[in-house]
Design a protein around this ligand. Structure first.
Ligand code: C2E
Ligand code: MG
Ligand code: MG
Length: 433
């Protein structure tokens, strides 16, 4: 391991950089050394193997890892994620991939991450499209990745600057219970008493007419000490504690109350409830729900069950029977987060649904990723072939609404249309129509 230092101060002077280049690529290592020195990075450690990264991360602070994409660089985000899972890192360093472009053209020297359609076909033997897709996945895991190939100091500095502008994310928020978050005892108390739990409703729209055509019920928990606890923290704890039925029954009661208020105002809108495979497979669930709806005088068609992917499907035969029983009783069933996780296509192929919801990640990426657009188009076509309704989730950008209509997706929900609303605001917005 070598240490290079530079006495001149600059915007990058305080940056702690780790470079990873193979021993076989002396000219690449030299190029990198020259670049870093030219932009006055003072603290550079150079290594030749991925295996040296763990100890360096643990013993010192590293802000950026600059790595040859072909010689280990591609694996750096995976390594960071694995290290973090074993022993949480305070934060992830940024990763800057470097490599040789195989096509030299006008774009030579620009940071590929900044380009919507990079004209350089390959970097270090890997297609730019594949690298951008991999960088997006890394970003989703909380690791910022940028790219630079060829070019001079200015291009290198620009790529580094662009990377540093994105705040270092620790990890996707809410994948775990933070140490000062709610305890299991808090969860048990909240679910058994219903205290501080409430339901919000996110309207779903006809994207062409912008009329509200339904809503999804979303759980909220305002913990007295912690504040708002997101479902991504609460639901896994509920599942771990085996309290999913208690949660479902809480939401179900609130949703039936909502349907009764809507009925009293002569508004007919279906409300969707989220339920895991385990909840859906509860013996007698469909019968119990049907009786409750009948007592309330609300048709089952107005209560939609969204099958979430947060728990694995242990018994496909039982799940299929349970979904069919719900449908037979008149409850529409929807497949949530289609495309996320590995088994949603399998579920769609083997079971019968009334609706499929395109996962928000594809919708959010549709402007910048041709493959996200392709997945949306394919899902819309699949839904048409299978006679299913299709709903796009996570529409954050108003300009995607028209694009979704053109791709054949007529309904959707997302912040660009409406955020999840408190019940009184939801009632106000549907009563005004
Ligand atoms: P989901 O069912 O896919 O719900 C959609 C999530 O996307 C909600 O997050 C919603 O607030 C959020 N969202 C809506 N529009 C946008 C947007 O434009 N951009 C972005 N980035 N997000 C948007 P929320 O409420 O945090 O819920 C997360 C997940 O937790 C839900 O995903 C669902 O799987 C689960 N969940 C929520 N409520 C319940 C519940 O009552 N029961 C069960 N079993 N699961 C629930
Ligand atoms: Mg849902
Ligand atoms: Mg969803």
């Amino acid at each position: 391991m070598k240490t290079i230092s530079s006495p001149v101060r600059s915007e990058f002077h305080c940056l702690r950089v780790l470079t990873l280049t193979p021993d076989t690529d002396k000219s690449g290592a030299r190029w990198l050394g020259t670049m870093l020195s030219a932009i006055n990075v003072a603290d550079v450690k150079s290594i030749n193997s991925l295996s040296l990264i763990p100890s360096l991360l643990r013993e010192g602070k590293v802000d950026v890892i600059v790595a040859d994409v072909e010689h280990g660089g591609l694996m750096v985000p995976t390594l960071l994620k694995t290290l973090d899972a074993a022993n949480p890192l305070a934060r992830f360093p940024h990763v800057l991939w470097v490599g040789q472009p195989t096509l030299l053209n006008l774009l030579h020297g620009q940071a590929a991450a900044m380009l919507e359609k990079p004209a350089v076909a390959r970097i270090g033997g890997l297609s730019v499209t594949a690298l951008l897709a991999h960088a997006r996945l890394a970003h989703r895991a909380g690791i910022n990745v940028g790219m630079v190939y060829g070019g001079g100091n200015a291009a290198f500095a620009e790529a580094l600057r662009a990377l540093l502008l994105v705040p270092s994310i620790k990890r996707q928020a809410g994948c775990f219970a933070p140490p000062d978050g709610p305890t299991e005892a808090d969860v048990i108390e909240a679910l058994t008493t219903g205290k501080n739990l409430r339901v919000m409703l996110q309207p779903q729209y006809d994207l062409r007419t912008r009329r509200i055509i339904g809503a999804e019920a979303l759980l909220r928990w305002n913990h007295p000490g912690v504040g708002e606890v997101p479902p991504s923290v609460l639901i896994p704890m509920v599942n771990r504690l085996g309290l999913h039925l208690l949660l479902f029954s809480f939401i179900e009661t609130r949703v039936i109350d909502v349907l009764l208020v809507l009925k009293s105002r002569q508004v007919t809108l279906p409300i969707a409830l989220n339920a895991s495979a385990e909840t859906v497979c509860t013996p007698g669930l469909a019968q119990r729900l049907a009786e409750k709806m009948q007592r309330a005088g609300v048709p089952p068609q107005l209560l939609k069950i969204e099958l979430t992917g947060d728990l694995p499907v242990d018994d496909e035969l039982l799940l299929s029977a349970s979904l069919n029983t719900l449908r037979a009783k008149g409850f529409p069933v929807s497949l949530d987060d289609f495309g996320q996780g590995s088994s949603t296509l399998n579920l769609l192929a083997r079971m019968t649904f009334d609706e499929v919801k395109i996962d928000g990640a594809f919708v959010r990426d549709m402007k910048t990723s041709a493959s996200a657009q392709a997945v949306i188009t394919a899902t819309v076509n699949l839904a048409r072939l299978m006679n299913l309704k299709v709903v796009a989730e996570g529409i954050e950008d108003a300009s995607c609404i028209e694009a979704l209509c053109q791709l054949g997706c007529p309904t959707g929900q997302g912040y660009a249309l409406a955020r999840p609303l408190e019940l009184r605001d939801f009632f106000a917005s549907v009563s005004n129509k």
